[in-house]
Design a protein. Sequence first.
Length: 75
Amino acid sequence: MTHAATLINHPDEQNRSNPMNHQLQAEQLARAQMAARLGEAHQARRGHQLAQLRRVSRKAEQAAQQARLALARAL
């Protein structure tokens, strides 16, 4: 007798597999949600890094401009 025939002839076995399937689906959903959260956290971290780099770059440009102005005044 095949496994499918066994499940048809023994509905108790089919009912026992439902909680296991539910558990597997719940675990897959939890993994997918965790992966999504990790992806969002990575994007947020990258956004913060880019903003910080822009601030540092802007400050460096301002310092360079002030140095050029100071040099121009000294001449």
